[in-house]
Design a protein around this ligand. Structure first.
Ligand code: UDP
Ligand code: MG
Length: 303
């Protein structure tokens, strides 16, 4: 059996469409499935739609979060709930084509343990967004020694991989990168990013920036290394200036500018180090990844 994990945040218009499209794709190949919707603290009627669907369809179940915990937390809740021999994670907005699931499933049957959906193109993005996304994935990719440029959350994982992921103690896991980091036998399946059927993307610039900073700090020491580089640069400038002042008088204005500049660099460095400290503190507190406020189970066949 395959467990289909669908994170949903304010997707009332798409729950039943997503179910139909996924069920159609799986039924065509007679693949036995359970479908798990995770309502990530929606403020619209997403949860009511999931409850209604689970009453009609015996293989549908749902988890309701007490508030919005983010897509990664929703994916992890799905992985923990999944009972299938493999799990596939797919967006609710049908931007990941469900028709690719049977192809991924067949690769899993051939022994692959992770089948990653890789975007053929990054879909419609404006130039600035695309540049930021590329830089972000370059930093993460270089920290992990893999190409993350076209990575997505559309993945099929063997049960063992899912278990490894949910048993990691990280409180704020970055699913897309961690599922690459764990290793195992991997292959990829290319897909065209579809346009969103209904509703709108949940990402605002502020959230994207936070997402990028959080994930870079959890995978890469690059910002700390930048701090070291800035320190080396300042020491070099100071040494050069020190030698120069032996032979030439230096304007006091230049000295003030250099002092303010180095003060700025020190403050930025403190900020970066403070951020890493905060991340450590956040992990040490050990708060749960998410809080569940409601569950609707699959119906038994004779109910
Ligand atoms: N999503 C979620 N929690 C969030 C934001 C998004 O569960 O806080 C879900 C959303 O319902 C969708 C998927 O994650 O199923 C992808 O979200 P979206 O389409 O907004 O992202 P984009 O495709 O624009 O990257
Ligand atoms: Mg989307």
């Amino acid at each position: 059996m395959i467990s289909v994990i669908i994170p949903a945040f304010n997707e009332e218009a798409l729950i039943s469409d997503a179910y139909k499209a996924i069920a159609n794709a799986l039924d065509r190949y007679r693949i036995k499935s359970e479908i798990i919707f995770i309502d990530d603290g929606s403020t619209d009627s997403t949860w009511q739609c999931i409850e209604r669907l689970s009453k009609i369809c015996s293989n549908v179940c749902g988890i309701h979060f007490s508030r919005n915990f983010g897509k990664d937390a929703a994916i992890y809740a799905g992985l923990e709930k999944a009972e299938g021999d493999c799990c596939v994670v797919i967006d609710c907005d049908l931007q990941h084509p469900p028709e690719k699931i049977p192809e991924m499933y067949s690769l899993w049957q051939h022994g692959y343990e992770i089948i990653e959906g890789v975007k053929k193109h990054r879909g419609k993005e404006n130039g600035f967004h695309s540049l930021c996304a590329r830089s972000f994935y370059r930093i993460i990719g270089s920290a992990m020694h893999t190409d993350m440029a076209n990575a997505s959350d559309f993945k099929l994982l063997d049960r063992r991989v899912a278990e490894v992921l949910v048993n990691m103690p990280e409180r704020s896991p970055f699913f897309r990168a961690l599922s690459s980091w764990v290793g195992f036998r991997k292959t990829t399946v290319e897909f065209e990013v579809q346009s969103r059927q209904k509703g709108k993307s949940k990402w605002q610039v502020k959230q994207l920036v936070k997402y990028a900073i959080d994930n870079i700090s959890s995978f890469s020491p690059a910002p700390m290394q930048l701090v070291t580089l800035a320190g080396i640069l300042m020491v070099t400038i100071a040494a050069g200036l020190g030698i120069y002042t032996f032979f030439h008088p230096v304007n006091s204005q230049i000295i003030s500018v250099i002092l303010i500049f180095s003060g700025g660099i020190i403050l930025i460095s403190l900020g970066i180090m403070g951020y890493y400290l905060w991340r450590m503190y956040d992990e040490i507190k050990g708060r749960p990844r998410y809080i569940i406020s409601g569950i609707c189970e699959k119906r038994k066949k004779n109910e």
